[in-house]
Design a binder for this molecule. Structure first.
Ligand code: PEP
Ligand code: MN
Length: 335
């Protein structure tokens, strides 16, 4: 961290602040500037409140050099993290996994049919929402705990681990007991209470990037989960809001190599929510694989035109099978 003083800063003010910082354990060094005096601070500056230093009228500004996240950063943990999914799949460190399934669990017949199909095509996890974060309160909200029971049946019949979204700490116990990967959705990426609580479960957490969140904010959110030292985190790029209206969101494919450079955590991509259209899922899934993602999460429905949620961006099991084939080819080509 660098403190830049104003040209008017008096010697006594600078020396006083320097002494305070030294007493907090920081190692200080003067940086020669053309007109302004600067002091570099070495040590754990994450505990220093930048704004409180900028309140002094003799401080021009404070520049943070190190990242504001730690636990999710590569500096802290250089090797790739490999997340174990219920002992049946691994993601990260060169291991690739696909989660597939409907946006929402609708019925036993629907979830079982999709689960069997995606398993046959090589999916490693079954996705499906029981508690749905819908923009409109009048839209289908999911089957809730009944939906979770249906997911458990699908897991039992197919052996696929289940990934589903938690919306509130109210159901933390049941998610901890029953769910293999707890999904924190885009809308809850900065629900810090929820993040801290899911981190206590010890279950892997699939953390989706917020609709308007920066990569730095995503990594700080991951730190909230990791601070418990219990749960592992999988990051997920799922598109961000931009001025573009031709797609539901703008899938930030460049987030993949950026995240892989900054963080040791596995990175998944959701081209379904990332684009909003079923015909864009295939090209953007392959683009994400080429960009180096560790996994994908894909909405698959046995009858997309009749889906209660996100049918327009859901692909059929037949098309999913073709996609899985192409994913293997892209992976082989970039290996
Ligand atoms: C989902 O995956 O079901 C979902 C709602 O995604 P997001 O949180 O990315 O919108
Ligand atoms: Mn959806």
């Amino acid at each position: 961290m660098i403190i830049v003083f104003t040209e008017e800063a008096r010697e006594a003010q600078v020396e006083n602040l320097k002494r305070n910082m030294e007493s907090l354990g920081f190692v200080l060094s003067e940086i020669a500037g053309q007109s302004k005096r600067m002091v570099g601070l070495a040590g754990d500056t994450s505990v220093v409140d930048r704004e409180s230093l900028e309140r002094y009228d003799f401080v021009d500004r404070v520049i943070k050099v190190s990242e504001p996240y730690k636990l999710s950063g590569r500096n802290f943990h250089p090797q790739d993290t490999v997340v174990d999914i219920a002992g049946s799949a691994k993601i990260g460190g060169g291991q690739f996994a696909v989660a597939a399934g409907p946006c929402s669990i609708e019925s036993e017949q629907q979830i079982l049919s999709v689960a069997r199909d995606v398993k046959r095509s090589g999916a490693a996890m079954l996705r499906g929402g029981a508690f749905k974060p819908r923009s409109s309160p009048y839209s289908f909200q999911g089957l809730g705990l009944d939906g979770l029971e249906l997911m458990k049946i699908a897991r039992e019949k197919t052996g696929l681990p289940i990934v589903t979204e938690i919306m509130s700490v109210e159901y933390l116990d049941v998610f901890e007991r029953e769910v293999d990967v707890i999904q924190v959705g885009a809308r809850n990426m900065q629900n810090f209470t929820l993040l801290k609580e899911v981190g206590q479960t010890g279950k892997p957490v699939l953390l989706k990037r917020g609709l308007s969140s920066t990569i730095e904010e995503l990594l700080m959110a991951a730190d909230y989960i990791l601070v418990s030292g219990k749960s592992q985190v999988i990051l997920c790029e799922r598109g961000i809001r931009t001025f573009e209206t031709a797609t539901r969101n703008t899938l930030d494919v460049s987030a993949v190599p950026v995240l892989k450079k900054k963080s040791h955590l596995p990175v998944m991509v959701d081209p379904s929510h990332g684009t909003g259209y079923w015909h864009l899922v295939y090209p953007m899934a392959l683009a994400s694989v080429a960009a180096g993602c560790d996994g994908l999460i894909i909405e698959v429905h046995n009858q997309p035109e009749a889906a209660l949620c996100d049918g327009q961006q859901s692909i059929t099991p037949v098309f999913f099978d073709k996609l899985m084939d192409s994913i293997e080819k892209v992976r082989a080509a970039i290996a």
